[in-house]
Design a protein around this ligand. Structure first.
Ligand code: SF4
Length: 477
């Protein structure tokens, strides 16, 4: 536990985020109860023209900031920088992303490049202003540069993406925080669910008939959890309901290798799905057991080769750095297996410990073995991506992400996932159908994004279907 003592609360979230970046998972309190003994006390005293920060432990250390704390636009960055320096000295560590705690660090480079600054200037800005390591600064700038190229080809007002959610999975992964129901238990409801989903898709196609559908992304859950007949029904509905003359990509996140069959791959191919994901997460059988994936490495390889046989020439593989019990050697092994398969894109996630995930509840059991080598693992993935001719094309961070690190998508040029970029940069409308799906409507002139959420549970989605349509109707029309 850390005690945060402040005489004002304007920058409460910023200081908490900074402390959490150094001490993930630790409780931060503003008042001590009973016999509580904090690890240290972080003090912030805001006065009109001077703010002092201090860490009190066996020793004390301070930083003084000149300037008016009420001038939020400029003061926030100075405060974050000073608190970062203080925490670096206390912990004896620097963080790869320096004092950046936000979800989209690439937007800083994006703004610099848009303003006509050079690549090198954008990199230097990260290092000098935000204490970001050179490696991460270059990574973020490369991603921003790549995204700019893709975004330039988008008609912001008229293009849109369609997201279709299938919230079923073969089993629940230990770290999962998505909407996901075991298909074994929900088998009987799957058909009703797909019927309702088709109805929602028809509605969307009607409302968006004059816009350009540029990307379809079927995610979940695991879309291939449903059988090939239901999958065919869903993809046929998409074929018949939507105009596809402007479609640039069609992704199905098949995801779990244990859900992929030849029939389902053939169905997807017949409906012109252009990109699929087959996600190993790790190529170590022991870890797969620990994280509840209920499939083997051999199944991952079989599914991948089967997809190649069926003609899929754009396959993504998701990996996770920092899984319980894994170390540098485990990642080395995973990457050597992935190298053999040679996918067109790789997405690497840093293990995120979210509130909803079983992992958090089970940290007592596995927490000690969640290793600290994640940054090195991410660098190893980056090296393999480079070797396979891929470039980083999207990047984001999450709250509670391991090691305060990042998730990165790498792809061969032209085979990146457009949807991933557009959802991250909030460039076009993303119209989402299905349980737990979240629609994002962009209002560029007003510089705002509106979300329209569907019910999370399958039962609510089926039983309260009219309400979902009404929510969309109120916001979209
Ligand atoms: S495959 Fe994905 S959505 Fe399904 S349980 Fe695992 S993490 Fe959750």
């Amino acid at each position: 536990m850390i005690l945060l003592e402040q005489n004002k609360t304007e920058y409460n979230n910023d200081l908490r985020a900074m402390i959490m970046a150094f001490f993930p998972g630790i409780k931060i309190v503003e008042k001590l109860e009973g016999e509580d003994m904090p690890k240290f006390i972080f003090v912030a005293r805001y006065e009109e023209n001077e703010t002092s920060l201090a860490i009190l432990d066996d020793y004390s250390d301070t930083e003084t900031i000149e300037g008016n704390y009420l001038d939020k636009a400029s003061f926030r960055n100075i405060l974050k920088s000073a608190s970062y320096k203080l925490l670096c000295r206390y912990s004896g560590r620097e963080l790869p992303w320096g004092d950046l705690t936000g979800v989209r660090p690439t937007k800083i480079a994006m703004a610099e490049l848009e303003a006509g600054k050079s690549f090198d200037k954008a990199v230097a800005n990260y290092i000098d202003t935000y204490h970001v390591s050179e490696r991460k600064a270059k990574l973020a700038t490369k991603v921003a540069d790549y995204e700019r190229g893709v975004i330039a080809s988008i008609d912001k007002e008229n293009d849109y993406c369609l997201y279709v959610g299938i919230p079923f999975c073969p089993s629940r992964c230990l770290y999962c925080s998505f909407t996901s129901y075991p298909i074994g238990v929900y088998k009987d409801k799957a058909a009703t669910y797909i019927d309702k989903l088709c109805e929602e898709l028809e509605y969307i196609a009607r409302v968006y008939k004059d816009k350009n559908l540029v990307s379809i992304y079927i995610g979940g859950g695991t879309p291939t959890s449903i059988d090939h007949i239901l999958l065919d029904k869903l993809l046929t509905k998409i074929d018949t309901a939507f105009k596809r003359d402007k479609l640039r990509e069609y992704t199905v996140e098949a995801g779990r290798p244990d859900s992929i069959t030849k029939e389902k791959l053939q169905v997807m191919k017949a409906h012109n799905v252009s990109r699929i994901s087959i996600n190993p997460q790790t190529m170590n059988d022991e870890t797969l057991k620990v994280i509840g994936r209920a499939h083997t490495v051999a199944q991952t390889k079989e599914a991948f080769l089967l997809a190649r046989e069926c003609g899929f020439d754009n396959i993504n593989m998701d990996l996770i750095a920092g899984l319980p019990g894994e170390n540098i050697d485990s990642m080395k092994h995973t990457l050597s297996e992935v190298r053999e398969l040679a996918p067109e894109s790789i997405t690497v996630h840093s293990l995120a410990i979210k509130r909803a995930a079983n992992l958090k509840q089970q940290l007592g059991e596995y927490g000690d073995s969640i290793n600290q080598d994640m940054n090195e693992m991410l660098d190893m993935v980056s090296e393999l991506a480079d070797e396979l001719g891929m470039e980083p094309y999207y990047l984001y961070r999450q709250k509670n992400i391991g090691g305060n690190l990042e998730n990165v998508g790498y792809a061969k040029k032209g085979l990146e996932c457009l949807y991933n970029i557009l959802i991250m940069e909030e460039i076009t409308d993303i119209i989402a159908a299905g349980a737990g799906a979240s629609t994002k409507l962009t209002y560029h002139k007003e510089n705002r994004v509106e979300r329209v959420e569907n019910c999370k549970s399958v039962d609510d989605y089926i039983n309260r279907f009219d309400e979902m349509i009404e929510r969309k109707r109120r916001n979209i029309i």
